[in-house]
Structures are given as structure tokens and as C-alpha cells.
Design a protein around this ligand. Structure first.
Ligand SMILES: Cc1cc2nc3c(=O)[nH]c(=O)nc-3n(C[C@H](O)[C@H](O)[C@H](O)COP(=O)(O)OP(=O)(O)OC[C@H]3O[C@@H](n4cnc5c(N)ncnc54)[C@H](O)[C@@H]3O)c2cc1C
Length: 380
């Protein structure tokens, strides 16, 4: 996609206005206080931003993932933390849309799509992140229902969400022994442990989730028993596109601060942008952002077309998040000493960028996915 359509352009404007209005005022204080405001999600949801790809019959916008990427990029230009929140509350929606039963969809999708309810996704554990299929949490049948035990780690929205998609082991070792469950907040046996103190994304809560004989009814299972790992990986495949889009927005925000600064800041009798060392740094930032954006849009387009897209989503996630790390680092450099202070937002951008190389599959794991694809594509 080389230029947005009229509809996409007007969507971008609506999102930018909403993000600045809802999130703009408290960015700095919420970053400093590590405060998440759930009501902001409801406000973004009120203008349709929490259910972009959820079908209209459930109150979503029913658009493609290309539009979703545009939305997330715009939100991330204001706050990467809330762009991630919108992406995370989108994960249970995508799972319910693609794998849920009609009664599960009716029960949860309208609330999640409108932002009235908040969703979360719980796969990682203290001893299994990249190697998620090594999870230890268990779910066993008891009477008419299920009993879950174990600990999930790093759960975005933990303690704030109204519903969690939780992966737990119902069978033997490996991916085929994993099933997915819908866990409503307040389910007996569900509690939350420590909230992580983080380097960046500080307006996004990351919390330990504890299941101590957590009781669920039989119909809490999503999809078939043993299908949970496939459910999780499908969600993460498109999640990689969304994280890429957030990274592009964050990178663009950094360039949007650094370039005008370099035009007005003078050294040695001229604006610093005229010094080739600075001008080239800005040029490289722009090159990386354009490239990353195109790759994110290509992955999104392939998915919208129903074509294989996993390896391109992995490339997009790597390219965009590596871009965000490089571009935000250079933005701090362009601003010199001022860039290192909280007077300007670029130090927050730099702190926010780092985690995107880690979440939804680290960038090493993305390269594993890409290398496997190459081996299949070129091998006998
Ligand atoms: C802020 C934040 C929010 C998060 N939100 C969620 C959430 O909402 N839900 C959820 O389920 N999880 C969440 N996570 C967890 C995240 O997905 C994991 O941190 C991530 O998958 C990496 O797992 P790990 O931290 O256990 O690292 P490890 O798997 O222990 O990896 C450590 C290092 O080893 C490398 N490595 C591991 N295996 C290989 C390999 N085969 N080849 C090359 N390198 C390898 C990794 O790339 C990494 O550099 C979140 C994490 C953070 C920090």
C-alpha cells in the first residue's frame, strides 16, 4: 500500500485526534507514576478503536488488518503504551473471532470491541517465554468443569482485564498438550501477584497471574482440547504485525521531534541539520521508518488477502522494532543533552522501544521463523 485511500485517510485523522485528546494530557505523569488508566481504553473504544478488525455485528469496525496497522501507528505516535493496550485487548477478540463458539463471541466480543471491557492474553510463564510449549500450568477436568493451576508471567493488563485467554496443559508434553481457556476476572482461584517495575512502557501494567485451583465451567474451553498452542500462535502471527505498527508509530514520533529540533538548533553558525553528520542521521532514520512501514503494510495486506504471511509478519516485526530501537537512540543523539532529559519525550521513546524487540516473540525467535521459512523455500 503506497498511499492511504480516502476512507483510510479520514480514519487516520480520527485516530490522531482521539489519541491526542484522550491520552495527550497525562503522558508524562503516567510514565513517571507507572499508572494505567483503564478509562482511556473505554474512551478510545467509544470511537471504535478497540475493535478495528472485529466484525460489525459484534460492534467492531469490521475492517482489515491494514486499517488496524494504521490505527495503531497513529495511537503509538502519542503513546506506545496505549497502542500496545489496544493491540493486547485485540488478541482475545481475534481468538474469539477465529476460534470461539457463537455463545462465547456473543458474550464477550461486543464489550471488548466497544472498549467497555478489557482483554488480556496469558501464555508466558516464569520458566517458559520463547519456548512457550514448555509451559507447566495445567488444566484438569473435574466434574462438569475444569480446574487450572499454575503461574503466568508478564501479563499485560493483569488485574485490570475483564477477561483473559489463558493457555494451560490438558495433555502430555509439547504443543499438542496445550488448550486455551476463557477466564473471566473474578473467577474463583484467580489472583494476581507482583506488578513489574519496568524501564519503559510504564503506562502499561505487566503483572503476574496466579491460578490456584481456578474453577471454570466446561464451556470455558476455546476451540478443541489440544488446540490451544495453535490458537496462541495464530494470535501471535497477526500480533506481530500489530507490534510492528506500534514500533513504526513510535519511530515516526521520534523523527517528528528530532527533525524540527535539528532545523532550529544551531552550532558552529548554522542549524545542526546542515552538518552532514546530523543530516545523515536523520536521513537514515527516515529510510528505516519508510522501509519498516512498507513491510508492516505488506504483511497486513497479505493477511487481509488470505495469503501466507507468517514469515513476512516476522520480518515486519523485526524490521520495525529494530528500527524503533535505532531511530529512538539517534533521536536522543540529535537532541544532545536535551534529549537525555525528561524535558523532551525522546528519552521515553527510547525506553518504550526496547521492549518491542522482546514481546510477542523476541527478535531472535522471529529470525528462527524466517530461517525456517527460507529452509523450506529453498530446500528439497
Ligand atoms: C512488558 C512485557 C509485556 C509482556 N506481555 C505479555 C502478555 O501480555 N502475555 C504473555 O503471555 N507474555 C507477555 N510477555 C512475555 C514475553 O512474550 C516474553 O518475555 C518473551 O516471549 C520472551 O520470553 P522470556 O522473557 O522468557 O525470554 P527467554 O525465552 O528466556 O529468552 C531469553 C533470551 O534468549 C533468546 N532465545 C531463546 N530461545 C532462543 C532460540 N531458540 N534462538 C535464539 N535465541 C533464543 C531470546 O531471544 C532472549 O534474548 C511480556 C513481556 C514483557 C517484558
Amino acid at each position: 500500500m503506497f498511499a492511504p485511500t480516502e476512507d483510510q485517510r479520514s480514519l487516520i485523522e480520527t485516530v490522531g485526534d482521539a489519541a491526542r485528546r484522550v491520552l495527550g494530557a497525562t503522558l508524562k505523569e503516567d510514565d513517571e507514576a507507572e499508572r494505567f488508566r483503564k478509562e482511556y481504553i473505554s474512551e478510545l473504544g467509544a470511537v471504535g478503536l478497540c475493535g478495528v478488525t472485529t466484525p460489525e455485528r459484534f460492534g467492531g469496525l469490521g475492517l482489515g488488518i491494514v486499517e488496524y496497522a494504521l490505527v495503531l501507528e497513529e495511537i503509538a505516535k502519542v503513546s506506545a503504551s496505549y497502542a500496545v493496550s489496544v493491540a493486547v485487548t485485540g488478541l482475545p477478540q481475534a481468538i474469539l473471532r477465529d476460534f470461539g463458539r457463537p455463545d462465547q463471541q456473543d458474550a464477550w466480543l461486543p464489550g471488548l470491541a466497544s472498549g467497555a471491557l478489557l482483554g488480556a492474553f496469558a501464555l508466558s510463564e516464569p520458566d517458559s517465554g520463547s519456548d512457550a510449549a514448555a509451559m507447566l500450568s495445567t488444566a484438569r477436568r473435574e466434574g462438569d468443569g475444569w480446574v487450572l493451576n499454575g503461574t503466568k508471567f508478564w501479563i499485560t493488563h493483569g488485574g485490570y482485564a475483564d477477561v483473559y485467554v489463558v493457555m494451560a496443559r490438558t495433555g502430555g508434553p509439547g504443543p499438542k498438550g496445550v488448550s486455551a481457556f476463557l477466564v473471566p476476572a473474578g473467577a474463583p482461584g484467580l489472583s494476581f501477584g507482583k506488578k513489574e517495575e519496568k524501564m519503559g512502557m510504564r503506562a502499561s501494567p505487566t503483572v503476574e497471574l496466579v491460578m490456584d485451583n481456578l474453577r471454570l465451567p466446561a464451556d470455558a474451553l476455546i476451540g478443541a482440547e489440544g488446540e490451544g498452542f495453535r490458537v496462541a500462535m495464530a494470535a501471535l502471527d497477526s500480533g506481530r504485525i500489530t507490534i510492528g505498527a506500534v514500533a513504526v508509530g513510535l519511530s515516526q514520533a521520534a523523527l517528528d521531534v528530532a527533525a524540527p529540533y535539528a532545523k532550529q538548533r544551531r552550532a558552529f553558525g548554522q542549524p545542526i541539520i546542515e552538518h552532514q553528520g546530523v543530516g545523515f542521521m536523520l536521513a537514515n532514520m527516515a529510510i528505516q521508518i519508510e522501509g519498516a512501514r512498507l513491510l508492516v503494510h505488506k504483511a497486513a495486506w497479505l493477511r487481509d488477502q488470505g495469503q501466507p504471511y507468517s514469515h513476512v509478519a516476522a520480518m515486519a516485526k523485526c524490521a520495525a522494532t529494530d528500527c524503533a530501537m535505532a531511530v529512538t537512540t539517534d533521536a536522543v543523539q540529535v537532541l544532545g543533552g536535551y534529549g537525555y532529559t525528561r524535558e523532551y519525550p525522546v528519552e521515553r521513546y527510547l525506553r518504550d522501544a526496547k521492549v518491542m524487540q522482546i514481546v510477542e516473540g523476541t527478535n531472535q525467535i522471529q529470525r528462527v521463523v524466517i530461517a525456517r521459512h527460507l529452509s523450506r523455500a529453498y530446500g528439497p
